[in-house]
Write a protein of this length. Structure first.
Length: 255
């Protein structure tokens, strides 16, 4: 069944932390959400509802994906709040709930939760957090997710990484070791699909080099938008998930 709404537990916890005994004032709520969308409008000075209602109404102005991204960003917020910052342990609880929901929302099931290596998890977290407000950073983080998964798999298999920072070469080496190279299969449909996977790796490398935040840029260039970053993040995670599942099935799991 398709998920269409943010779980009530997450919404209520977020509003209690950031619009309850702790958190933002009414005008601060509108100011914080307003920086991400013109739809928020101005604070209703004449007929303002409770701060919790305002918080939840502003949050629901955004799409479900954007709500997830904004809540993750909010758990990292360290700016002014009239009623003080919420307890760190409660913020961390909210963050974990949102990340678990994000995993389900993107159809990742339990695959990513089984990956305990910090480098991959940190890159995944960063890519989600940055999509709305830092698309360039999200693109770089998405590329890092795929790179880290490939490097980890090769290390577990005892294969030397000879890619020298070239993501396309790294993916091709990993794919060959996992029997995922197009020329290792005879069926045309499998060759086509596996070729498409290699194309994703190549596209991510090019996208990061051109639009990520890791290199200097030309004076005249088109800046990526949130939808471009979201495409990069979802493509990277889909490919990383397939590599993880293939390795788990053929080599008995990740260390």
């Amino acid at each position: 069944m398709q998920v269409r709404k943010l779980p009530l537990e997450i919404k209520r916890l977020a509003s209690s932390l950031y619009a309850g005994a702790t958190g933002f004032s009414g005008p601060e709520i509108y100011e914080w959400f307003g920086q991400f969308s013109e739809k928020i409008g101005e604070y209703p000075w004449g007929n303002a509802p409770s701060r919790r209602v305002m918080f939840e109404d502003c949050l629901e102005t955004f799409s479900l994906d954007q709500q997830v991204e904004l809540l993750l960003k909010l758990t990292k917020y360290q700016g002014p709040m009239k009623y003080g910052a919420p307890p760190k342990e409660e913020v961390e609880k909210l963050r974990k709930l949102v990340l678990e929901f994000a995993t389900r929302l993107r159809g990742r099931k339990s695959v990513l939760s089984r990956v305990s290596w910090e480098a991959v998890q940190e890159a995944w977290d960063k890519s989600l957090e940055r999509v709305v407000n830092d698309p360039e950073g999200a693109i770089t983080a998405a590329r890092t997710v795929l790179e880290t998964v490939c490097k980890h798999v090769l290390e577990q298999m005892g294969v030397e990484d000879t890619s020298k920072g070239d993501l396309v070469k790294l993916y091709r080496l990993t794919a060959r070791e996992l029997n995922l190279a197009p020329d290792q299969h005879a069926e045309p449909i499998f060759k086509q699909i596996l070729g498409g996977m290699a194309g994703i790796a190549s596209g991510l490398a090019g996208l990061r080099n051109e639009y990520g935040d890791a290199h200097g840029k030309r004076r005249r260039r088109v800046k990526p938008k949130a939808r471009h970053a979201r495409l990069a993040v979802n493509a990277a995670m889909a490919l990383a998930e397939f590599i993880i599942e293939t390795f788990e099935e053929t080599h008995g799991g990740l260390a």
